[in-house]
Design a protein around this ligand. Structure first.
Ligand SMILES: [Zn+2]
Ligand SMILES: [Zn+2]
Length: 545
């Protein structure tokens, strides 16, 4: 801490220079003011968190640690009074305070929005080859959605089962236009996103798999670049065959698991009764707790006849030509494809697949105290909004928080981290930037290649501390001076809320944090399961660059 230049209320040169991000007209429109405590989501969760936890305790169904920590972390996210980095621009003398971000999954629209953008950029720049890519969306039967919700191993097994059937189908299609004597295209590749939610904030675990729409030919020489054979577009029959193959393999998988766990009760209900209760209610779109428990979620909208039942309906005939298959409660959609070099559209598709459960503008308050959630698109029965009481909101959000350490992005086949041909097909690698700041930003994804931090320079302790500190904010644009664009220098990290408040007070900046009351982890009581993990040393001399 000795390196922090002293702040005092009389030091005008300092306080005049200090600006928080939204006071500085930045050249980047993405530098929108961020006032996390002004949102409806924040104020509802702030009001409702303690009563929620208390009611759960009274029912003998305490909230799991990761759930409570995620909700509390969201209430601290982006709030200067809970700590910040002090960054300085040597070129134009701007001082900038950047609050810490929670970087949690499941609740925080801001952090998930950043993760979405970072993940999409990473995939387009470094992972997905310049070949046609098709999105496959697999929805699971209800019992499996429930069982997979907190069982990461089962989820991985189910996903692997699907990808195996998918790759078999892609190879079949890729061979279709080749002469019979041609060598058979084999290696396939894909990236999957695990999405937990539907647009009504209901638990709906499903997969968005972006698969290379074809397969590679094995090369005569290992050094040659593999040739990609683009598959013709899938027919409805092709999609149905992939789904039927998935269902067949899933049945075998589930039978095998049932044999291994003979007579075992619902483990979730036994171990985490609160999660079991909220998850079941969410799956059935029923109110979980309170006076209206068991009732269906209230909906708004002009009820219309489901399109498929309207005689002569356009929708139905259009559906017949679409690459959509259904099998019991499962469905598989394969209509969206991106041509080889449309990287902009590919990035949009990646962002769509990695998007957060909730955007602030979909939630609104009504004078009677209820909340409405606008659906992204109208349901077939005409529903446009879901109505809930503020106390219901946490019940709806909790099942959407993924269990700790379950990766939400997976790589398959030739794109898997250890695949031997991977380096030959991914886009030409990008040099790590000089500050090493892109390191490990993608906390949600499996490591797909050695992180830039593994370079010799980045292994130096000073670099590692930099990287660890910067992990706690979204460093990519925090590091650019919003006034002149030069790279900002890290002067200090203020982690102790008391110190943070004192400094903010001196600078006449809002120092009062919404204090998420009791038992909240503080700097002295570190979060035992941070996500992503970080460690850093307060004694570090940050002045060095
Ligand atoms: Zn956050
Ligand atoms: Zn500057």
């Amino acid at each position: 801490m000795g390196s922090v230049p002293p702040f005092s209320s009389t030091d005008e040169s300092v306080s005049n220079r200090v600006r928080i991000a939204h006071e500085v007209p930045g050249p980047d429109p993405e530098y929108a003011p961020r006032a996390p405590t002004d949102t409806l989501l924040y104020s509802v969760l702030y009001q409702e968190l303690e009563p929620f936890l208390q009611r759960a305790n009274e029912r003998g169904q305490p909230a799991p640690r990761f759930v409570e920590q995620t909700l509390r972390a969201y209430l601290r996210c982006g709030v200067l009074a809970h700590g910040f980095l002090r960054l300085h621009c040597d070129a134009c003398k701007l001082d900038r305070l950047v609050p810490f971000s929670c970087k949690r999954r499941g609740v925080c629209p801001s952090c998930q929005g950043r993760t979405m953008a970072d993940t999409a950029a990473h995939l387009v720049d470094r992972v997905l080859p310049h070949v046609p890519i098709r999105q496959w969306v697999l929805t699971l039967p209800y019992p499996l959605r429930y069982r997979c919700a907190y069982d990461a191993q089962l989820t991985s097994d189910v996903l692997r089962t699907f990808v195996r059937a998918l790759f078999a189908g892609i190879r079949r299609r890729a061979r279709r236009d080749l002469p019979p004597q041609a060598s058979r295209p084999n290696p396939c590749g894909a990236v999957s996103f695990l999405q937990r939610f539907g647009s009504a904030l209901n638990l709906n675990l499903h997969f968005h798999t972006l698969a290379l729409d074809g397969a590679y030919l094995y090369q005569p020489s290992p050094r040659a670049t593999p040739t990609f054979v683009t598959a013709p577009p899938p027919t409805a029959e092709d999609v149905a065959r992939v789904l039927a193959g998935t269902a067949r393999r899933l049945k075998r998988l589930l039978i095998a698991r049932a044999e291994n766990s003979e007579g075992r009760q619902d483990a979730l209900e036994r171990d985490e009764p609160l999660l079991a209760l909220l998850t079941q209610a969410s799956l059935r779109t029923r109110i979980a707790t309170g006076p209206e428990a068991g009732h269906k979620w209230k909906r708004l909208g002009d009820r219309v006849e489901p399109a498929a039942q309207v005689p002569g309906s356009q929708t139905r005939s259009a559906d017949a030509h679409k690459a959509i298959a259904r099998y019991g409660e499962m469905s598989l959609h394969a209509d969206v494809a991106v041509p080889a070099n449309d990287r902009k559209r590919l990035e949009r598709l990646c962002r769509y697949a990695a998007r957060p459960a909730l955007a602030h503008d979909r939630l609104a308050a009504h004078p009677d105290g209820s909340l409405t959630l606008r659906l992204k698109s109208r349901w077939r029965d005409g529903t446009t909004h879901i109505v809930m009481q503020p106390r219901d909101l946490i019940d709806r959000i909790v099942p959407l928080i993924p269990p700790p350490r379950a990766h939400q992005v997976r790589y398959h086949g030739i794109l898997a981290p250890a695949a031997s041909l991977r380096d030959a097909v991914v886009p030409a690698s990008v040099q790590p930037d000089s500050e090493g700041t892109t390191t490990q930003l993608l906390s949600d994804t499996e490591p797909a290649e050695p992180a830039p931090a593994a370079t010799h320079d980045a292994m130096k302790p000073r670099r590692t501390r930099w990287a660890a500190l910067l992990q706690r904010v979204f460093a990519v644009d925090a590091l650019a001076c919003p006034r002149c664009g030069a790279t900002l220098r890290l002067l200090a990290a203020i982690e102790d809320p008391a110190v943070a408040r004192a400094i903010l007070g001196c600078l006449a900046l809002p120092a009062r944090a919404p204090p998420p009351a009791t038992g909240q982890p503080t700097a002295s009581q570190p979060d035992p399961d941070p996500d992503p993990p970080f460690e850093f040393d307060q004694r570090t001399d940050y002045e060095e660059t």
